[in-house]
Design a protein around this ligand. Structure first.
Ligand SMILES: Cc1cc2nc3c(=O)[nH]c(=O)nc-3n(C[C@H](O)[C@H](O)[C@H](O)COP(=O)(O)OP(=O)(O)OC[C@H]3O[C@@H](n4cnc5c(N)ncnc54)[C@H](O)[C@@H]3O)c2cc1C
Length: 265
């Protein structure tokens, strides 16, 4: 089966620059990298391929401008078997729904998909919507926040899903979408052989027509959301209040204050 990993190229900075007029990210002059969560997704896909050892292939898929070929080559250097870039002016301006539809069409075109990996979220867009929407478009199950794959066969997976209280253990039939968190593994560094393979590797570039995408669901026109306004949230005063004095009196004062705000009875 094909193990497909969705990888996104993102700016290499937490200090994302915004064009407030256009409501878009300024990408010029900013170094780009593979979305950090996606490196964990690639690593896990490689480990699943090794565990299955049945001829399964790891294929990475990205949607973006031509320069996104760089992240595909990075995944090839790590050990992925193949890499595809969905790139077409018709895809531009996509929101998460149009992005996930386009990726789903790419995945259908690849075919024979058993596991589809995505990161928990992208560090620029930050919505965490693409993976779950992808599962919806493909009409297959999904598990988000996966922190461990306990069992894997070509039919099913048993995974741990991170929660605020620990984790859930979930059995899921394949094909399925899994979005992963950083606790899942430690991504490998590319080997020398991998780097040489990536240098020679010719990324396949697929257009909207090639994957049979319906124009009503792609790009800006296929995006039901619009960025109306972008702004940096005002910095909140975080200094807090400082009290000093007798500890017993202070404890009573604190209890009263908490009562006033309904935090204790
Ligand atoms: C109206 C509107 C217009 C926009 N126009 C543009 C634009 O012109 N150019 C632009 O770059 N962005 C644009 N965006 C942002 C774009 O929608 C998001 O970057 C994209 O949909 C993914 O959402 P996210 O970044 O929140 O990813 P998340 O949902 O947080 O990502 C989760 C995971 O999904 C996968 N994933 C996400 N995006 C991709 C991708 N492109 N390829 C492969 N895997 C992926 C990765 O595995 C990632 O870890 C626009 C958004 C809106 C709302």
């Amino acid at each position: 089966m094909n193990i497909i990993v969705c990888i996104k190229q993102v700016p290499d900075t937490a200090d994302v620059k915004i064009d407030f007029e256009k409501g878009t990210l300024i990408r010029e002059g900013v170094k780009s990298i593979m979305n950090p969560f996606d490196t964990y997704a690639v690593e896990e896909a490689l480990r699943v391929r090794e565990r299955l050892n049945d001829g399964s292939k790891v294929i990475v898929l990205s949607m973006g401008p031509p320069q996104a070929e760089a992240v595909i080559k990075e995944a090839i250097a790590m050990g992925a078997d193949d890499g595809i870039l969905l790139s077409d002016r018709a895809f531009a301006g996509a929101d998460t729904l149009a992005t996930s539809y386009s990726l789903a069409m790419g995945i259908r075109k690849i075919g024979d998909f058993g596991l589809i990996f995505a990161g928990r979220q992208a560090i620029d867009g930050d919505t965490g919507q693409t993976g779950p929407e992808l599962a919806q478009w493909l009409n297959i199950p999904q598990v988000t926040y996966v922190r461990k794959i306990e069992e894997i066969t070509s039919e099913k997976a048993v995974v741990q899903r991170m929660t605020s209280y620990g984790f859930d253990r979930i059995e899921v039939k394949l094909p399925a979408v899994l979005t992963v968190v950083k606790d899942i593994n430690q991504p490998r560094l590319p080997s020398f052989r991998g780097v040489m393979k990536a240098k020679r590797f010719k990324v396949k570039v697929w257009t909207a027509d090639y994957v049979g995408a319906d124009r009503r669901f792609i790009g800006l026109d296929g995006s039901p959301t619009r960025v109306k306004k972008m702004f940096a949230p005002p910095q909140k005063h975080r200094g807090g209040v400082k009290w000093s004095g007798d500890p017993v009196e202070l404890a009573e004062k604190l209890a009263k204050e908490l009562q006033k705000h309904g935090l204790i009875r």
